[in-house]
Ligand binder design. Structure first.
Ligand SMILES: [Zn+2]
Length: 281
């Protein structure tokens, strides 16, 4: 049988030797690193290259959660439409994000090319050093890699919709990860929607402005100062007459004689409820 019980001083000696070994190893390593840092032209070139490029901060992924207030809303709204709505609410954020990703993608292509050129370049001084010190190249490569810029050139938009019933009995959830191309396409759609709404609003404002007293009089005169629906007249029945857009302004109706008619207050409100819930006409 072997006896493994060494006297205690042997352990202590062993540990001391190990510590000395580790310390000298670390010291050699740091000296080598220091030497490479002082003599490498490539590292200096990479540092100079880094100064020439600006990259924007982009997270690898972003999350948008649409919390629906009812099951009906959950079923109705698509993930794409939910994302589109959020883009309309936060246009600047999405614009910056898409621009930053595109900028990083474009610039990092050029940067990487230049970086590779530096790495593969050779000069006499370095060749000499490399031959004298076989660790030089490896350390230099690692150091270059550690200072190399690596911006995010893509991102993912994690869009989730969810609905939890009262008391939390039932919960629904679905999601889709939009890549930058899908996100850009959704962004363009949202921007078009904003433009359309703006044009529509401007047109509505204009159509209301051109409704003059003179035009109003012409319409009533044409209709015999009577409601065209129920025949009530201001003079005989004492009703208040309105001039109404047949096709509401909110739906693209124009302020012109052919689209205007005389209505009494009652018929007008009845009509309004039916065709134009926003009372925009
Ligand atoms: Zn009427």
């Amino acid at each position: 049988m072997y006896n493994f019980d060494f006297p205690p001083f042997i352990y202590i000696d062993f540990i001391c030797v190990l510590i000395i070994f580790i310390i000298s190893l670390v010291s050699i390593k740091s000296k080598r690193k220091e030497f490479v840092l002082q003599n490498s032209q490539k590292i200096q070139k990479v540092k100079d290259l880094n100064k020439k490029y600006v990259f924007y901060p982009v997270n690898p992924s972003y999350t948008y959660i649409k919390r629906c207030v009812s099951k009906k809303e959950y079923d109705r709204i698509s993930l794409y439409d939910a994302l589109c709505d959020d883009i309309i609410q936060h246009t600047i954020f999405y614009k910056d994000l898409i621009n930053s990703v595109n900028h990083n993608k474009k610039q990092s292509n050029i940067y990487n090319n230049e970086y590779q050129k530096i790495l593969t370049s050779c000069n006499d001084v370095e060749n000499e050093l490399c031959e004298n010190n076989r660790f030089f190249k490896k350390i230099e490569y690692d150091l270059c890699d550690s200072i190399r810029l690596s911006p995010n050139t893509s991102t993912t938009m994690h869009v989730k919709k969810s609905y939890v019933s009262p008391q939390g009995r039932k919960s629904y959830e679905t999601y889709h990860d939009y890549n930058i191309e899908e996100l850009s396409s959704c962004y363009n759609n949202a921007v078009n929607k904003i433009k359309e709404t703006k044009t529509k609003k401007e047109n509505m404002k204009y159509q209301r402005e051109i409704m003059t007293d003179s035009l109003r009089y012409d319409v009533m005169k044409r209709d015999g100062f009577k409601c065209v629906l129920c025949g009530a007249s201001a003079q005989r029945d004492g009703v208040k007459l309105h001039v109404d857009h047949i096709k509401p302004v909110s739906k693209g109706g124009k302020t012109e004689l052919s689209n205007l008619r005389t209505l009494c207050e009652r018929c007008n409100f009845g009509k309004r409820d039916k065709y134009d819930p926003y009372g925009a006409n």
